[in-house]
Design a protein. Sequence first.
Lengths: 108, 315
Amino acid sequence: MTAITGSTVLRRRADVRYRRIEGEAVVLRQSAAEVLVLNGVGAAVLDLADGLRPVGEWIDALALKYGADRETVARDVLEFAGEAEEAGLLEALPAIPATSGEKDEDGG
Amino acid sequence: MSFGDEFLRHPDLFPGRRSGEPWGSGSLALDVPGGPYLVAGLAATQIEALETRFGRLCRGVTETTATGRSGIATAVFRAPAADFVDLDTRGWEYTLALDHAERSVRVAGLRLMARLDWAPGLAGGLWTPEAAGEEWASVLENYLRLLAAYRLLAEGGVLLHSAGVTDGTSAWLLLGPAGAGKTTASRLCLEAGAEVLSDDLNAVIVQEGGRAVVARLPFTGDLGERQGGSPGDPGEYPLRGLLRLRQGPGASLVPLSRASALAALIAAAPYANRDPFRHEALLAVCERLALAAPAWELTFSLGSDLWSILRAVQE
């Protein structure tokens, strides 16, 4: 299991199919033929898990959308993201190393 | 364990295409939701067994195709009995072994091998050593359950593990995993005057405009009618409600969220919910159904007046 932080980038696993319905999400994992119902936070996280934006950006977006305290949102999102990764719904992408150009700049 | 080896002695020799030696030159059409299903390559003894099991659902192929209805074709072939594993089925829960691909499904089961191919239309092949009687009728029925599941899905419907009960005008579907009480609840409704469509598998079709109907299937467990109901039976009943069953003290009816209803429907859709190539189609059909039909969680016990509770459900 990956330790999820604000800089972690997650995406939905390729075998995950889901539908949003009245604020919740119904998730079908193809490999396990398993059906899960996720609440609003879980559904929003699935939408955001595109493999591009780090978790910190999800937290910002959800805090803004719901007008909620960022710290509270962060706690909920990090907790759910960790559970979803453990359940095989999400997978972490490897951290992107600094580019060679940046190294050169850093190295002077 | 690899595909089919619990049923087949030589799973590596599984037929790669629909060909072989037919049992005979006979054929018939089964008028079952999603069909008609045209079965060819039959011996006279096999036709007799199917007519005994499915009664007036059996039609002549010419009579069926003359009405302009295209059917789903299945060719039946001989297979040596020695190709199948002898199994002691006492206390055993039978589940077909399935191997899914984008354009085909391979099937292994008790004295049967089958394959469904989409090329692009759906057609099937069935290999069995059973020449007659109940054993043959059961082989065909087990295959037909699978075929109907795929066919219904392609038609915007879904096969559901459920108990279906009707007052002759509308129908209610009772959902739940094995042991949830589908047969018990069906029996309570039957004793109170309802008709049981099936306590095992029912078909639901979502029509244009989002109206959902329950279609009678000949796939029953302990209760229900395998031969299409009484003459004049409409065969289809508007769906009044979906009930997720829970056994408990007393009786209560609690509204179920659309998402929970959708999850219950997917969990109850045999075959399709294990086929990764059909999950998108299954989600789409079940979502339409979850939006079309009201759903509740129904807690009941043996003393509950279940039938009155169901009839009080408002659309």
